[in-house]
Write a protein that binds this ligand. Structure first.
Ligand SMILES: [Zn+2]
Length: 210
């Protein structure tokens, strides 16, 4: 059951404590606007009653999408050992607001997040070859291109202009075929991120060496 809660937030601008009303379960069936409020990050936006400063505050919560049979849990503590109950839904655990938003955008567009994570590693390698001085902070899914034939990704770097990459749906299918076996072998898909993808690629590489 969803529980409305509140948490205390200290404003970074005026250092005044305030109360932030949060909710630990977002069910897309019960709340048709919720996806938009997640994409805009409104559910994480705290505005200080003292000075009006707006900040994003991450907190533990779960998004449930019965239609797509997915559950996405945001656990903000890196070493959180919360026991995750087994669920009938496809479960994904994420650690940051950006990852939470990205998973839900992929579910909404019917894109397999496992293929996306594998692609990101390939993109990272390619980008580092082309621009060895650029330090990548993250690569995020930015939706489908206008003609719906490509998936758009934003490459966020520390020290170079950010850029975009396009993954055609043909290449997406190719990656999907190529790594299906390895990806399926990695049965625990609750945390599908960079580490998971590196594991699959290494496994697939060592299989090819046999
Ligand atoms: Zn303030």
């Amino acid at each position: 059951m969803a529980k409305d809660k509140s948490m205390s937030v200290c404003c970074p601008a005026c250092l005044e404590d305030g109360t932030f009303r949060i909710c630990d379960l977002w069910d897309s069936a019960l709340d048709p606007d919720i996806k938009e409020r997640i994409f805009s990050r409104d559910i994480f936006r705290y505005s200080c009653p003292e000075c009006g400063e707006e900040i994003l505050v991450a907190y533990d919560c779960t998004y449930l999408d019965k239609e797509h049979n997915f559950m996405v849990m945001l656990l903000t503590e890196k070493d959180d050992d919360t026991t995750i109950e087994t669920t009938e839904y496809n479960l994904r655990v994420v650690r940051t607001i950006n990852d939470f938003v990205e998973k839900i955008a992929l579910i909404e567009d019917d894109i397999d997040d496992r293929i996306v994570e594998l692609y990101k590693i390939m993109l990272e390698d390619q980008f580092e070859d082309e621009r060895p001085d650029a330090k990548i902070l993250g690569i995020y899914y930015g939706g489908k291109s206008e003609n719906e034939k490509n998936l758009v990704f934003f490459i966020i770097t520390e020290n170079a202009p950010n850029c975009r990459a396009h993954l055609s749906l043909d290449v997406y299918e190719t990656i999907s075929r190529q790594f299906k076996e390895s990806a399926d072998k990695f049965g625990d898909t609750s945390e599908v991120g960079r580490d998971w993808a590196i594991g699959v690629l290494q496994n697939s590489f060592s299989d090819n060496q046999k």
